[in-house]
Design a protein around this ligand. Structure first.
Ligand SMILES: NC(=O)c1ccc[n+]([C@@H]2O[C@H](COP(=O)([O-])OP(=O)(O)OC[C@H]3O[C@@H](n4cnc5c(N)ncnc54)[C@H](O)[C@@H]3O)[C@@H](O)[C@H]2O)c1
Ligand SMILES: [Zn+2]
Ligand SMILES: [Zn+2]
Length: 389
């Protein structure tokens, strides 16, 4: 079939992206689903900082590529060997496709599946196939998804079927920001009622971490960002203390918390943020990092202190989620008003605004913008918000 997709031809172009135009909307060919694959119509796709990092070349990828790894969709066609999905089903997408039989899948950790990581590096689907073509030349897939497009062919494990009553466009953010942020707090860090933590970096991922900490009944929730506006929002949404990141921040947090917090979750994706997170972790505490800085940049720590303070540093990828278990769990919390993540949606945009949307994300003024590849519904266009309410 033919469809529109935003093709990224070069990484590392300068800002503003409205001028350098890293992504170009093209009419591309999409091949039908093979065994174990599904054709989906994309309803909404979020603009995540990981996509921005790809545009910036913080992480080199095979080019040309269609990026976009957080979304919601409707099943349009199932390939052979997909017995449990049918056309019309509503889904949230998953950015680590999993094979179901490697040592990590066997251990209940599909978020670090070997097959999914290999396919991402190669720019293919889990099956090794490339389904996208432009003028006969193959285009690479991103995270087995490539959602800045009207349709996609994906592996079955890239989809979690959801209840048709759930608002489908908003559900898109469960595909990355919610799984990553809420999962880092609830799964990786294991935060429960009465615990205390800090969240460093209050973007789409960090605000989800904050909301999940509130939902879990955490007692003290310290929120930290360089951006003052995000601190004000964090206070409104349940942070008990806020600090602006900067040279004096670590000392101020340690003073206010009797030497630091038992858990600190880093969700900024910058080495200074990770250094701050580690510096405000108490003796005996854990520093959990979900941020993804430049792949070449190291983080260092004093090893003897790690040992004598009994500290731990843990990575959290896709919130340590088992998507088929956790997406429905987080959706239920949302439906009950316990995880009000739709607050994070800063607006809906069409293809014409995709490059501008990434300028806005890098300026730090927005949380989650949603690309609507079939056009923004009229009631959601800027200026029509009152009609949508
Ligand atoms: N681990 C995963 O599975 C996973 C999944 C999605 C995104 N990510 C990564 O998580 C990070 C956050 O993504 P996002 O979409 O929320 O980004 P975002 O741009 O919406 O938010 C990042 C926030 O960090 C703040 N920040 C930057 N430097 C800081 C510093 N030194 N101290 C404190 N705050 C600082 C920014 O002001 C911003 O509010 C990115 O690195 C992204 O690539 C990881
Ligand atoms: Zn993401
Ligand atoms: Zn696997």
């Amino acid at each position: 079939m033919r469809m529109q997709a935003a093709v990224l031809y070069r990484q590392g172009l300068p800002r503003p992206y409205t001028e350098s135009r890293p992504m170009v909307v093209e009419e591309v060919e999409l091949d039908p689903p093979g065994p174990g694959e599904v054709l989906i119509e994309i309803v909404a796709a979020g603009l995540c900082h990981s996509d921005l990092s790809t545009i910036e070349n913080q992480r080199p990828r095979p080019l040309p590529i269609v990026i976009g790894h957080e979304g919601s969709a409707i099943v349009r066609e199932v390939g052979p060997e997909v017995p449990d999905l049918k056309p019309g089903d509503h889904c949230v997408t998953v950015f680590v496709t999993s094979c179901g039989h490697c040592r990590y899948c066997d251990a209940g950790r599909p978020n670090i599946c070997t097959g999914g990581f290999a396919a991402r590096a190669a720019g293919t689907l889990l099956s090794g196939a490339r389904k996208l073509r432009l003028n006969g030349e193959p285009i690479n897939h991103n995270s087995g998804l490539s959602l800045y497009a009207q349709y996609a062919v994906v592996a079955r494990s890239a989809l979690v079927r959801i209840d048709p009553d759930i608002p489908l466009a908003e559900a898109a953010i469960f595909g990355c920001a919610v799984m990553t942020g809420a999962g880092a707090v609830l799964n990786t860090a294991g935060i429960g009622a009465g615990d205390s933590l800090a969240v460093v970096g209050l973007g789409g991922v960090g605000m989800n971490a904050l909301l999940a900490a509130v939902a879990a009944g955490a007692e003290r929730i310290v929120a930290i960002d360089t951006n003052q506006e995000k601190l004000a929002l964090a206070r409104e949404w349940g942070a008990t203390d806020t600090f602006q990141a900067g040279p004096d921040c670590a000392a101020a947090v340690r003073d206010a918390t009797d030497g630091g917090l038992d858990t600190v979750v880093e969700t900024a994706g910058a080495i200074p943020a990770m250094e701050l997170a580690y510096a405000i972790t108490a003796r005996g505490g854990q520093t959990v990092s979900a941020g993804l800085p430049n792949v070449q940049k190291p983080f260092s720590y004093l090893h003897a202190a790690l040992v004598s303070d009994e500290r731990s540093i843990r990575g959290s990828y896709m919130g340590s989620c088992v998507p088929q278990r956790d997406v429905p769990r987080f959706l239920r919390l949302w439906q009950r008003g316990r995880l009000p993540v739709d607050r994070l949606i800063s607006g809906h945009i069409g293809f014409d605004e995709l490059n501008a949307g990434f300028d806005r994300l890098s300026e730090g003024g927005v949380l989650r913008q949603l690309l609507r590849p079939h056009g923004v519904p009229a009631d959601l266009l800027p200026g029509n918000a009152s009609k949508a309410a």
